[in-house]
Design a protein around this ligand. Sequence first.
Ligand SMILES: CC(C)(COP(=O)(O)OP(=O)(O)OC[C@H]1O[C@@H](n2cnc3c(N)ncnc32)[C@H](O)[C@@H]1OP(=O)(O)O)[C@@H](O)C(=O)NCCC(=O)NCCS
Length: 179
Amino acid sequence: MIFDRDIRHRVAVPTPTLPRPTVGAVAVNRARWGDLAAVSRLQRRAFRPALAYGFGTLIVLRALPNVRFLVARRGGAVIGCAIGDRHDGQTRVINVAVDPDARRRGVATALLRALERELPRGDLLLMVEVENLGAQALYRAEGYLPVGSAADYYGRGRGGIWMQKGRDGADDAPPKLRV
Ligand SMILES: CC(C)(COP(=O)(O)OP(=O)(O)OC[C@H]1O[C@@H](n2cnc3c(N)ncnc32)[C@H](O)[C@@H]1OP(=O)(O)O)[C@@H](O)C(=O)NCCC(=O)NCCS
């Protein structure tokens, strides 16, 4: 995930088609305003307090036109989210979270793939904590490779790894990495 302090300087992108429902009984769709309280609870369950996006940040992200904000639902309950954007010519995955009770069933994979469809332009960039080996395994499985590091990104002694996924036929110039 990318810290909310780094989410700024928005640019407009065209409205893409809605993602397709996926993963059996799990549906992935754009977040509705009424989902945000559940996503806020999900953030607190998925991340330690310093990393969980608060309700205010989620409202801002939901409102911004260049942000794509998806949720995974099972039986009507929000069990995951994925948020990405286009920022200064770069496509970014800025947050992926799955409820602890719903992990290792392909939910994050479905969310990530749907988010990539929602953000079809350019290569993809994300940040993951050095010690978050599970998320790194997910991203590697989906074609992301490490391209840089940032010491103390997540706090003193908690480094981050930039991971990137190139996409064939991307209609942009090579991404401008800020690592
Ligand atoms: C990381 C996270 C999003 C993965 O969600 P998930 O729905 O369990 O992921 P998936 O089921 O789609 O996993 C797909 C593959 O990724 C890898 N993977 C996912 N979680 C893993 C883990 N904890 N350990 C090792 N590999 C893991 C596996 O290869 C997995 O395939 P498999 O289950 O067939 O072995 C989830 O654990 C989470 O929300 N963690 C806390 C928040 C977080 O770290 N977000 C990412 C921030 S960068």
